[in-house]
Design a protein around this ligand. Structure first.
Ligand SMILES: [Zn+2]
Ligand SMILES: [Zn+2]
Length: 219
């Protein structure tokens, strides 16, 4: 399938899910008008955004400091400046898992590096799958939305509509479907176990409207 024909999931969009280079700068000096509007109450975000990065290392001692690789392949540091310095999050930190940071901004640290500083614990979440798995799951959901005919995710049976009623849905992700228990078990062993987790996680993102800002999202 040519690259342009592949379904592009929500998480591929670099406006609502920017890489580090696309994040606004922390508005101490200058408000980034790509992300904020001026209204009667002051500046308010004009849209929602969320930074996604895959954990490559965890380096903090006093507080959790994560090294994460963004969508562009750039590795940046995420500092947990929350009340507990990231202690609650620590058991979930694992290389290869993805960190999602709502309203992440480029922050200039004292050592002159520019990284991401997280102050509100409800803005950060660790998702137990790789960034690529998460992006792929978001693509898969586009196909589902388009109402393409469902077929068994293992043997491929059931391309025609009349067969659909006989397919059983995966009870976890409610997305993958199979012609029977044997196919479901086989698909689980063949890799749906990992895909399923990503499909479940990505539905938190796809259930929301990222275009218009009414109130802050939180995890
Ligand atoms: Zn089957
Ligand atoms: Zn599933």
């Amino acid at each position: 399938m040519p690259e342009s024909k592949k379904p592009q999931g929500l998480l591929r969009n670099s406006f609502n899910f920017p890489a580090f280079s696309g994040l606004p700068s922390e508005p101490e000096d200058e408000i980034d008008l790509k992300y904020y509007n001026l209204n009667l109450c002051g500046f308010e975000p004009s849209q929602h955004w969320c930074f996604l990065g895959e954990i490559v290392d965890s380096i903090g001692l006093v507080r959790v400091l994560l090294r994460v690789k963004d969508k562009d392949g750039r590795v940046v540091t995420v500092g947990l400046y929350t009340d507990d310095r990231g202690k609650v999050l620590a058991p979930q930190i694992k290389k290869g898992h993805t960190v999602a940071i709502l309203y992440g901004e480029q922050h200039g640290f004292l050592d002159m590096t520019v990284n991401i500083r997280v102050e509100d614990a409800s803005n950060i979440k660790i998702i137990p799958c790789s960034l690529e798995q998460l992006l792929k799951a978001s693509d898969d959901l586009v196909v589902l939305r388009k109402g393409q005919p469902r077929h068994c995710g293992s043997c491929g049976n059931g391309e025609n509509a009349s067969y659909n009623t006989h397919l059983r849905l995966c009870s976890r992700c409610r997305y993958a479907s199979y012609c029977g228990e044997d196919c479901q078990k086989k698909a689980w062993m063949d890799g749906h176990k990992a895909d399923c987790k990503a499909l479940v996680e990505v539905q938190w993102f796809t259930a929301k409207n990222w275009e218009t800002f009414h109130d802050w999202f939180s995890f």
